[in-house]
Design a protein around this ligand. Structure first.
Ligand code: PLP
Length: 425
């Protein structure tokens, strides 16, 4: 299915580099040339951007596609009788198809556009879970979640009298499946868990977790914010009921993301926002809604954002998500090996499989100070609680430094970080 989106020129380029199967042959030079911002200098030094878990950069093809859309195609979508409305509608609905292909959803009808993962979780909490929740019911999460997968559940629980149950995490940042299974009770109505944690980059055994939840008749939302741009995601194979991701963490603009939901979940859902675009007909007393997914997309959406998202996802698919995953795994290994050998550095979670992000503390320097000192060398890192305060509390810390990679980073950049940290006094 993905082959539909592979441009022959790029395919030739990639296969030239990849036929050997060696990860070290990733076409990193071509990739880096595709991102103009990587040529920036910060404090007189070449930019070393290791803050990709927070947001990623856009390649030139996305920048060009946005300019083309704004110059030649923009109008509001659906219902317009004129040519530009048709162009904008085509571009928007094409983006829905691309998003479906990207995560192997059965159809574009399973994709709801949102502002990002946060809005997707809020939508799922209010439209899909809330109708199932009554006083005393339970929503199951883990203690490793981003605040975006905690606070929306607090809001719906407050409204319904339900409560949150958080499965504890192991030192490796993942959950023990027996422990996870024991968190289910006859009152568990919904489960919402991260695919990859944004605090320490640990990978959850999501397929097994979904299987356990389904064996108890509980639907699962997967927060894929830190997974979607770093590893192949196949919602059909996972069996997820819902899957959320953010465009800006996958080389697309900010303010656009997607919520995948199965036909079954969508058909039972109740819109939590009303307005234009989502209705078939309206009287003063009541409305008939559009069929899903539009039923859940009230108001004018982020049309140009969706167009940018489609271009970004096509770009990622041309590179190949399996290739990206393998290349980044080498960077993560190098990052862990380098950092864990520095005197005074403690890497949270130890030697585990990590995707995108790693968190560490330093015996002698606090995280904010390290972030500032690294910035002097042009190195962009995040320092703080990373919107995952319960997860960091689990490790007995309030803040960490979190370097995070993307496929346009290099081994040399990882080495610069390690070297500058080693030299810190
Ligand atoms: N979930 C996880 C695991 C995240 O890492 C993030 C952002 O860092 C979010 C949710 C929220 O994403 P957004 O701010 O794009 O809505």
């Amino acid at each position: 299915m993905l082959d539909t989106y592979i441009d022959p020129a790029i395919y030739n380029l990639i296969s030239k580099h990849w036929n050997s199967g060696s990860h070290s042959r990733f076409p990193i030079d071509e990739v880096r040339r595709a991102f103009p911002i990587l040529a920036e200098r910060v404090n007189g030094q070449p930019l070393v951007y290791l803050d990709n878990a927070a947001s990623t950069f856009r390649p030139q093809c996305v920048i060009d596609r946005l300019a083309e859309y704004e110059s030649r195609e923009h109008s509001n979508i659906h219902r317009g009788a004129h040519e530009l409305a048709a162009r904008a509608t085509d571009a928007y609905e094409d983006a829905r198809r691309v998003a479906a292909v990207f995560i192997n959803a059965p159809s574009e009808r399973n994709i709801i556009f949102t502002r990002g993962t946060t809005e997707a979780v809020n939508l799922a909490a209010h439209s899909f879970a809330r109708p199932l929740l009554h006083e005393g019911d339970e929503v199951l999460i883990t203690e490793m979640e981003h605040h975006a997968n905690i606070v929306p559940w607090q809001l719906v629980c407050k409204e319904t009298g339900a409560r949150i149950v958080a499965c504890s995490a192991e030192d490796c940042g993942s959950v023990d499946l027996m422990k996870f299974a024991s968190c289910f009770t006859p009152r568990t109505r919904f489960c919402s868990v991260a695919h990859v944690t944004n605090s320490i980059g640990s990978v959850m055994p999501i397929e097994e977790m979904i299987r356990i939840a389904h064996s108890r008749g509980v639907p699962v939302l997967v927060d894929g914010a830190q997974a979607a741009a770093h590893m192949p995601v196949d919602v059909a194979a996972l069996g997820a009921d819902c899957y959320a991701f953010s465009g800006h963490k996958a080389c697309a603009p900010t303010g656009i993301g997607a919520l995948y939901a199965t036909d079954e979940v969508m058909s039972r859902g109740i819109p939590y926002q009303g307005g234009g675009h989502m209705i078939e007909s309206v009287t003063i007393e009541s409305s008939v809604f559009q069929p899903p997914p539009r039923k859940f997309e009230a108001g004018t959406g982020n049309i140009s954002g969706a167009v940018g998202l489609a271009e970004a996802l096509r770009y990622l698919m041309r590179l190949g998500m399996a290739n990206i995953y393998a290349y980044e795994a080498e960077l993560m290994r190098r990052l862990y090996d380098g950092l864990s050998q520095i005197d005074g550095v403690n890497v949270l979670g130890g030697d585990i499989e990590r995707v995108c992000a790693l968190s560490f503390t330093h015996e002698r320097f606090n995280p904010t100070y390290i972030g500032k000192r690294m910035n002097e060398h042009g190195i962009a890192l995040r320092a703080g609680h990373h919107c995952a305060q319960p997860a960091l509390r689990r490790y007995g810390v309030a803040e960490t430094v979190r370097p995070s990679v993307a496929f346009y980073n290099t081994a040399a950049e990882v080495d610069v970080l390690v070297e500058k940290l080693e030299q810190m006094q």
